[in-house]
Design a protein around this ligand. Structure first.
Ligand code: HEC
Ligand code: HEC
Ligand code: HEC
Length: 420
């Protein structure tokens, strides 16, 4: 009984009274422009909109082992959105994961990262959202496993895994690195996808950070020294991949990384440099130039071996299906559609990224503007997709073969491309 009362006391948060919706004219143009950038870099619209729906009106389904959670309406509609929320109520949601009415929010809303956003930046996001068109859109009921849907129980999760607090710069690093860390950790929550989670859905800390994790049927690769790309990431390639949507060695951001990269393009050049400085530091700095040169030579050798007459029927199949686009010249890497020897997708322990790209292709809005790859799912059987994947794995990497490929292809085909 005492324990229960204690828990109720722990879980209880007061409601914050409704206020009049602030007038757009009460915010300065500067503040609104900053809010728009911050919202883009925090991917608010990615999770708070559905394909073809109105921006920020919610309803986006987040599937997890615990069931499906739906994002809510964060437009300034008074009844179904956050139009009656004060600045303080909004700050409490972002920093503590508590809604205006006092109920606990689920950590599918990444408040464990947003808690690190400065008060000033949260206020700018508030101003930006309050000036968006109000949309009447009631929340979609969540489909979470009992008893996980009980909001008060989130207080227990918070006690175990959540520490509220603004970003604190590290004195071991310079201002640029700290700025990058703030963008990555507080706003862009890169680790929400790139860090594996414990059985209760919280990110592992310490040496596990950024070592790669499954997300929405994709695998977000390690972006530490454990990254599987044969060519180590350099600051230049990170810049090209994250902000131009195409790295000549590593390909294009697809799947859930595609909207993330689009969001980042709102960053100023100096903030882009800061983010790259921080992310590059996760893998212990620059790759030695020789390591890059050696990997390029190996990749060119693989493609050269593919230009003669093909005896291997798998190689012939690959040439017919893929090599019209993915090939290297003898003298250098094809900058926009390189041979796949260099891509993480063929080197990862998880085959999902490669299979998804083959089945569903790459749409124009993903990756670099206008870059597209056709979907092979409609034309190829599961066995044919598996055959190409197995062939690439066998000839382009030194990794062990993927087990049960054909079954995996069937499973991913049944899941479909998803919202991302
Ligand atoms: C990874 C997906 C994701 C991202 C990114 C995200 N949200 Fe959310 N957000 C959610 C989900 C899911 C909920 C609903 C949580 C719940 O019902 O407990 C939510 C709830 C909220 C709420 C509470 C609204 C209410 O009705 O109680 C606010 C405020 C909010 N988000 C603001 C933002 C802002 C601002 C950003 C961008 C800086 C953002 N969110 C980015 C998933 C996300
Ligand atoms: C919503 C989930 C999500 C978020 C947020 C996210 N990523 Fe990713 N990331 C992925 C996925 C999935 C992939 C694999 C995409 C592919 O294969 O095309 C990926 C790929 C990458 C890669 C390429 C790795 C490789 O070896 O090919 C880099 C680098 C990267 N992300 C950096 C970042 C950074 C930096 C941030 C934050 C600014 C970030 N990501 C935020 C999901 C995410
Ligand atoms: C009509 C041209 C075209 C064909 C044919 C094609 N691709 Fe692609 N593919 C592209 C483009 C463009 C990209 C994006 C640029 C990049 O990542 O290199 C891409 C990217 C990829 C990626 C990297 C995705 C990422 O997340 O970085 C993989 C893996 C891939 N293709 C596999 C294949 C396979 C396997 C085949 C044959 C079944 C194939 N492609 C056929 C054009 C094509």
């Amino acid at each position: 009984m005492v324990g229960l009362l204690g828990f109720v006391a722990l879980a209880w948060r007061p409601a914050i009274p409704e206020v009049a919706t602030p007038l757009p004219s009460s915010f300065s143009a500067d503040l609104l422009a900053r809010g728009a950038t911050l919202a883009s870099v925090g991917y608010c619209s990615t999770c708070h909109s559905v394909k073809g729906g109105q921006l920020f009106a919610g309803g986006y389904a987040m599937k997890s082992p615990f069931g499906t959670l739906y994002s809510t309406n964060i437009t300034p509609d008074r009844e179904t959105g956050i139009g009656a929320w004060s600045k303080d109520a909004f700050r409490r949601a972002m920093h503590e994961g508590v809604a205006r009415d006092g109920s606990h929010l689920f950590p599918g809303f990444p408040y464990d990262h947003f808690t690190k956003i400065s008060d000033d930046d949260v206020d700018a996001i508030y101003a930006f959202l309050m000036t968006q068109p109000a949309v009447h859109a009631p929340a979609h009921p969540n489909e979470l496993m009992f008893p996980l849907g009980i909001r008060a129980l989130q207080a227990g999760w918070k006690l175990l895994f959540f520490r509220s607090g603004r970003f604190e710069p590290s004195t071991d690093h310079d201002a640029q690195w700290n700025r990058g860390a703030y963008i990555a950790e507080a706003l862009s929550h890169c680790s929400a996808c790139h860090t594996p989670r414990n059985p209760l859905g919280a990110e592992w800390g310490g040496a596990s950070r950024y070592t790669g994790a499954s997300v929405d049927g994709w695998f977000a690769p390690a972006i530490t020294a454990a990254n599987p790309s044969p060519i180590p990431w350099t600051p230049d390639e990170l810049r090209a991949y994250l902000f131009q949507g195409l790295s000549r060695f590593h390909g294009t951001p697809s799947g859930p990384m595609s909207p993330a990269a689009h969001g980042l393009t709102a960053l100023s050049i100096s903030d882009q440099d800061a983010l790259v400085t921080y992310i590059a530091s996760l893998r212990g700095g620059n790759a030695p130039p020789q390591a890059v040169a050696d990997a390029i030579t190996r990749a060119l050798d693989v493609s050269a071996a593919n230009t003669g007459r093909q005896i291997d029927p798998d190689a012939r199949f690959y040439v017919e299906a893929c090599a019209s686009c993915h090939y290297n010249g003898r003298a250098g890497i094809n900058p926009s559609r390189p041979d796949l020897a260099l891509n993480s997708a063929v080197h990862l322990a998880d085959s999902a990224n490669l299979i998804r790209v083959i089945l569903f292709g790459i749409d124009a809005p993903e990756g670099a503007g206008g870059v597209v790859m056709p979907a092979f799912g409609p034309g190829f059987s599961d066995a044919e997709v598996a055959r190409i994947a197995a062939y690439l794995r066998r000839t382009r990497t030194n990794e062990p073969p993927w087990p049960n490929l054909e079954k995996t292809v069937g499973k991913i085909r049944a899941q479909g491309k998803g919202e991302g």
